[in-house]
Ligand binder design. Structure first.
Ligand code: PLP
Length: 487
């Protein structure tokens, strides 16, 4: 079927265009490993191939698609490559990709209930489904945001609102307010500091509470920090506990932290952006133990639940605080719809994408059992990799690895100097990533440079993990020789 002629633009043949696009996607997913994971391009080289200005007249779809293949694809970092092991590896379930096309076609803005009742109500339903799968209290409200950074910002804005300081009306400046304090750790994701910037809290007021030897927040240190602040006349605003920290996936002791939060009446936000969804596995339910005592929780289906970017969820014990922080209805958005949820009331954004559709498609098409199998598989693969590391005397793991991430390094006998180990491992990182056959990233753990391998891709298999280990070994041998180490 064809659309009507659109004001001089050529008729768009959806059937033909989508046939070409779906053939391309099909071929892409049948062999994502045919591409280098990390493209071999110089900065600016893609830009240099594109015209400086937009075309005045429309071009044929085929020509655009041809340029997509010629210019864009060679400059893509292939997150779908089964040996993409960097950051948090992710992948998109096929049904979600189809749902994204439908959502783009519908192009609704999920802001008021009436701007798309089905989109608004589907969001409520899938949030309930997901919350139930993770064992959250049924009374909690789930709201979809683009990213955990924005969901976390929203939670912290609610924490500030809960203090009753009238910041919404009076602002933060030109008045006598105590410094508001956020308690986190050095392992907390950096978006919390960005939220402190955005909310006028200030980076100086993000307190980095000490951790134990396994990189978990120390409740005793938290208590001490709060007491110290109270004595100094500062105002505790929020505690951020992390379930699955970015570097090592360590899990802060939420129950002990909740005790402290409760005793002092401080908002507790739990950032489970990566690891929270693993609670759909009965054997991992304990990850979210005591989270029902928090005020807010973030999980990211776009990280480890096969939903394409972007879909992050903020679960709230009491949604009223977020609404109090953000509800602002100009005349042109008032309605007579009555007791409905208008999603624009839950954050900064007005128009929102129809993100619930892709989660609904994937939950139904993949089924929860298959999702569980995949998550279990990822955890098992990470354990396989960790045992390969542990079996070699010249390599070591640098942190516990209970989930799908392993932090490790090359440490040949006789080299103990941290600076030298960093140079060696950074060179190994560059060497393995330059092969195009795999992609890993790095972090620092208590000042020690660590290579970091994360598994999260639907297509990653044992053979990929074994290949990664081989490539790392080869790189270490080459780098060791070049740098004149004993390797
Ligand atoms: N929280 C944690 C623990 C993370 O690891 C990350 C990203 O890796 C984020 C938050 C931010 O996620 P997003 O990219 O969705 O903002």
């Amino acid at each position: 079927m064809r659309t009507a002629n659109l004001q001089g633009v050529d008729e768009f043949d959806f059937e033909r265009a989508f046939a070409r696009v779906s053939t391309w996607i099909d071929e892409y997913f049948s062999h994502p490993e045919r591409y280098d994971v990390l493209p071999r391009v110089e900065p600016g080289s893609i830009e240099a191939q594109l015209p400086r200005s937009a075309p005045e007249s429309g071009e044929p779809f085929d020509a655009i698609l041809a340029d997509f293949e010629r210019v864009i694809v060679p400059g893509i970092t292939h997150w779908n490559h089964p040996r993409f092991f960097a950051y948090f590896a992710t992948s998109a379930a096929p049904a979600a990709i189809a749902a994204e096309a439908l959502a783009a076609a519908l192009d609704v803005k999920v802001m008021l209930w009436r701007t798309s009742p089905a989109a608004a109500e589907l969001e409520t339903v899938v949030m309930r489904w997901l919350g139930e799968l993770m064992g959250l209290p049924p009374s909690w409200t789930g709201i979809i945001y683009d990213t955990a950074s924005i969901a976390g910002f929203t939670a912290l804005a609610a924490a500030r609102e809960s203090l009753g300081l009238d910041v919404r009306e009076a602002g933060m400046s030109g008045r006598d307010l105590p410094a508001l304090r956020i308690y986190a750790t050095q392992h907390t994701h950096s978006h919390v500091e960005k939220a402190a910037i955005g909310l006028g809290i200030g980076l100086r007021n993000v307190v980095k509470v000490d951790c134990d030897a396994s990189f978990r927040m120390s409740p005793a240190a938290l208590e001490a920090a709060i007491e110290r602040d109270l004595r100094a006349g500062l105002r505790p605003m929020a505690i951020v506990a992390t379930v699955g920290t970015t570097s090592t996936t360590s899990v802060d002791p939420v129950e002990a932290i909740a005790d402290i939060a409760q005793r002092h009446g401080i908002w507790l936000h739990v950032d489970a952006a990566y690891a929270g969804v693993a609670a759909i596995l009965p054997e991992q339910r304990s990850l979210l133990h005591a989270v029902d005592r928090a005020d807010s929780l973030v999980v990211n289906p776009h990280k480890w639940l096969f939903i394409p970017m972007d879909l992050s969820v903020l679960y709230l014990r009491d949604e009223a605080t977020v609404r109090r922080a953000f509800t602002l209805v100009p005349e042109y958005l008032t309605t007579t719809d009555g007791d409905v949820r208008n999603y624009m009331d839950y954050g900064l954004q007005l128009g929102r994408r129809f993100r619930a559709l892709k989660l609904w498609f994937v939950l139904r098409h993949m089924g929860v059992e298959t999702m569980r199998e995949k998550l279990r598989g990822h955890i098992a693969l990470a354990q396989t990799f960790a045992s390969l590391v542990a079996a070699e005397s010249d390599w070591e793991t640098l942190a516990p690895h209970p989930l799908s991430v392993v932090c490790f390094r090359y440490k040949p006998t006789g080299i103990d100097d941290e600076a030298e180990l960093e140079r060696l491992n950074a060179a190994i990182l560059e060497a393995v990533n330059a092969t195009g056959e795999m992609f890993i990233s790095h972090t620092k753990i208590d000042g020690r440079y660590a290579l970091r391998l994360a598994i999260g891709n639907l297509r990653t298999e044992r053979s990929d993990v074994e290949a990664a280990w081989r490539i790392l070994g080869d790189a270490a041998a080459r780098v060791g020789m070049t740098m004149g180490s004993s390797a």
